[in-house]
Design a protein around this ligand. Structure first.
Ligand code: PEP
Ligand code: MG
Length: 550
């Protein structure tokens, strides 16, 4: 048995046979005139539009339509004309075609996340155009039996062409958590592992097991091993369905289970999912397309709607975390060399515009109007002075619970002093991981490094949690790490008192925590911080928790 690892992006355990899909790349010269290139591009656009109409799955339809629009964009034709200016037969047009997409490519890459992953869609349009010109368009792939699909990356055209009723699981060597593959798998409710580089060694007909929660692909698994994974997955789901009410460990230690939200609709979803409140409201998401600052009145109205949906629950709001992966036009006006390390979050107060002060006022008014248990925290706090400055400004407008995100190594290391200035802390493990590991959280190529299971990250959390405990300050986690039931147990063992996550993850985390006691959480947290790698930490903690929760 051989185990391949990647990032689990859609849970579930299946055992089946591999069906590989490879993408056509024309590896010889393709001569053409500019007119022929445009005609080929038009043919590709028409074909994409036709596939969009025929696609069963909404995400495939949307992406295919978007691809078709890009293929018809006049800017693309202009870009081609500037690269192939003469009305002659060029000996090889492949580079010119790929190059013509560079404007779109740069625009998408600079947006990061979901948009950056759409760059693969552009490559697909370029490759198809080249295939049409060379007259070598590949035969349609026919999937006619239940299979585990293995590819470099599953493109929208693949998803439209395949009969996905037969897809048992998706495994791709590239891609990240926001890739098309991940979105499609979650939409279909089938397991998926992305960024599984070694999966390129798999062949049609190979027998594999996919565990989409653990990010594991096993070649020729034993029956016992398959059953082990399957039983674990089934148990997680069964516990999720069986346990309701506020978050508790098996020994009744309360662990507040809260939801992350970024809109009024999210606040409603969180309430319906049984969240005990909101643990992170990302206010910048309300203003991502705003060219001008919303007035205090406008903000009061928006925040009031969010609070009303929570009907008296605790709501932790984060002041505008604009910049880097979340640029807000009216705040981030300067182009930065390195925006993740630039003037983002609370650092924007350096500009002296008073935006945060007005936001704090609006929050205080909305909380009073709706009688909400409002907690407010500032993002990207690095220093004791920043924490003190935020606390003073928030308290001045009457906000009673003031806190900071602990998401920089500086704040974690100095948490004894930073948390002394405020009433609570919240670990932003997404950023804390990227900064501790010095690895861009948006770069799928570095996903092995941007793993919050890494003992370096867990030790930083442990450091901050020890300070929080000594100061008797509540310390939550609001990054993605909180949504992994096994990692949640480790975080609790390190001293975290609340967990905030996407509403869909709540029931599984609630169910799992109800099966472990505090002593167990502490035991596994020590195993994790004593490990040498993220893989080792995951393996030993999972094995121990599986044994104890059998
Ligand atoms: C984090 O960094 O972990 C966090 C919760 O904030 P965001 O993902 O919005 O940066
Ligand atoms: Mg953050």
């Amino acid at each position: 048995m051989t185990t391949l690892t990647g990032i689990g992006v859609s849970p579930g355990v299946v055992l089946g046979e591999v069906f590989t899909i490879s993408h056509q790349v024309i590896d010889h010269e393709v001569p053409a005139t500019p007119r022929e290139v445009i005609a080929a591009l038009t043919a590709v656009a028409t074909d994409l539009e036709r596939r969009a109409q025929a696609a069963d799955l909404d995400v495939a339809k949307d992406v295919l339509q978007a691809q078709s629009m890009i293929a018809q964009d006049p800017a693309l034709e202009e870009a081609l004309a500037s690269r192939l200016p003469d009305d002659i037969k060029y000996p090889d047009v492949r580079a010119a075609i790929h190059d013509a997409f560079s404007g779109f490519r740069n625009a998408l890459e600079s947006l990061g996340g979901y948009f950056a992953e759409r760059v693969h869609d552009l490559d697909e349009i370029a490759n198809r155009t080249i295939a049409v010109l060379s007259g070598e368009v590949a035969e349609a792939i026919v999937l006619d039996r239940p299979s585990i699909i293995v590819a470099e990356d599953l493109t929208p055209a693949d998803t439209a062409a395949l009969d996905l009723r037969y897809a048992m699981a998706l495994v791709v060597t590239k891609g990240g958590p926001t890739s098309h593959t991940a979105i499609v798998a979650r939409g279909l409710g089938i397991p998926a592992v992305v960024g599984c580089t070694a999966a390129d060694s798999l062949n049609d007909g190979d027998k594999v097991m996919v565990d989409g929660r653990m990010g594991i692909v096993e070649i020729n698994p034993s029956e016992a091993d398959y059953l082990h994974h399957k039983t674990r997955e089934d148990a997680l789901r069964a516990r999720a369905a069986a346990v309701t009410g506020p978050g508790r460990l098996s020994d009744s230690t309360p662990i507040n289970l809260l939801a992350n939200a970024g809109s009024v609709a999210d606040s409603v979803t969180a309430a319906n999912a049984g969240a005990e409140g909101i643990g992170l409201f990302r206010t910048e998401l309300l203003f991502l397309s705003r060219e001008t600052e919303p007035t205090v009145e406008e903000q009061v109205a928006l925040y009031s709607d969010v609070f009303t949906a929570q009907a008296g629950n605790k709501v932790v709001v984060r002041t505008l975390d604009a910049g880097s992966d979340k640029p807000v036009p009216f705040l981030n006006t300067v182009v930065e060399e390195n925006p993740a390390l630039g003037v983002r979050g609370w650092r924007l107060t350096r500009n002296g515009t008073g935006v945060m002060k007005r936001q704090l006022e609006a929050l205080a008014i909305a909380a009073q109007k709706t009688n909400t248990d409002l907690w407010v925290m500032a993002p990207m706090i690095d220093t004791v002075a920043e924490a003190a400055d935020f606390a003073a400004q928030a308290r001045e407008v009457g906000i009673r619970h003031v806190g900071v995100m602990i998401e920089t190594p500086a704040a974690a290391i100095l948490a004894d002093k930073v948390l002394a200035e405020v009433d609570f802390g919240s670990l932003g493990t997404n950023d804390l991981t990227q900064y501790v590991m010095a690895a861009d959280r948006l770069d799928a190529r570095l996903s092995d490094l941007t793993d919050s299971w890494h003992p370096a990250v867990l030790r930083a959390i442990s450091f901050a949690a020890n300070s929080a405990t000594a100061l008797a300050r509540p310390l939550g986690v609001c990054g993605e790490a909180a949504a992994d039931p096994y990692l949640a147990a480790v975080l609790v063992g390190l001293g975290v008192t609340s967990l905030s996550m996407a509403p869909v993850a709540l029931s599984e985390v609630r169910g799992f925590l109800a099966s472990v006691d505090r002593a167990t959480c502490i035991e596994v947290s020590q195993l994790a911080i004593g490990a040498s790698s993220a893989e080792e930490a995951k393996a030993i903690v999972r094995a121990r928790l599986d044994e104890l929760t059998k």
